[in-house]
Design a protein around this ligand. Structure first.
Ligand SMILES: [Zn+2]
Length: 252
């Protein structure tokens, strides 16, 4: 049986939590019980994921989108409901936002790059001074339909593409979640395709004018892969620790 403090310090270190500035308060956001036998992994902090984690016998839930962003102003309303449930059930809540986007091994973007089989992988995507994504080259150039099929199969998603780029895609940039803020950088760096989770209305014309493919995998689906990969690392580190992925899709 692992202790909460050991798991937290391992995660803080592995994900370089204290080196990465973020609006998310990363690390242990809410303290629960001391001894951990099972950890839930989820994309979002939500009452729905907490309930499923407790029902599955978890003492800790590790999420990509946590509860606390920029601090807490009052323990009322939604904050109250969340804290009451978490503390009442002894469920530890650990959040890793940007540290779990940019991590070279278990980060959402590294895993998505691996699924596409990208080579010549380089950091991509300046987000307020932090590079959060990756770019690379497809070993065999692919059509939009072929790259969509790769993600549809491996991520069990239905990609949707604003297809304004070349017939064959070679260079790909990857930013999980709501990554279209990096569209301009992808165009400037002559990427054939930006793969992200979801986008906004005004990106249509920007992609058209930049002659780039903008592929949406779904915000949720694109950010399930990091927590899952992290779960494998935790299981390797503690042989008596069990993990479970808590699936709670948002439709986005
Ligand atoms: Zn996100």
């Amino acid at each position: 049986m692992a202790s909460r403090d050991d798991i937290v310090s391992f995660l803080d270190d592995f994900l370089k939590i204290n080196d990465i500035s973020d609006k998310s308060i990363n690390g242990l956001q809410v303290q629960g019980t001391d001894r951990i036998t099972r950890i839930g992994l989820a994309t979002d902090a939500a009452l729905a994921t907490y309930r499923k984690a407790v029902d599955a016998g978890c003492q800790m839930l590790v999420v990509h989108h946590g509860l606390i962003w920029d601090g807490i102003r009052s323990v009322t309303g939604r904050n109250f409901d969340h804290l009451k449930f978490l503390i009442g059930n002894g469920l530890n809540l650990y959040a890793a936002h940007l540290p779990l986007d940019l991590h070279a091994e278990v980060g959402n973007n590294a895993v998505l790059a691996g699924m596409a089989g990208l080579s010549k992988i380089k950091p991509f995507g300046d987000y307020y001074g932090i590079t959060i994504g990756y770019s690379g080259t497809l070993k065999t150039p692919a059509t939009v339909a072929e790259l969509e099929a790769v993600y549809a199969r491996q991520l069990d998603c239905t990609p949707r593409t604003l297809a304004f780029g070349p017939e064959k895609i070679s260079t790909v940039a990857i930013i999980s979640g709501g990554g279209t803020g990096l569209l301009e950088e992808a165009i400037t760096r002559k990427m054939d395709c930006l793969v992200t989770g979801e986008g906004t209305h005004e990106k249509f014309h920007q992609a058209a004018e930049g002659r780039i493919h903008l592929m949406y995998l779904g915000h949720y689906k694109s950010e399930t892969v990091g927590v899952k990969a992290l779960g494998e690392v935790l299981k390797q580190r503690w042989s008596d620790l069990d993990t479970v992925f808590i699936d709670e899709p948002t439709g986005f």
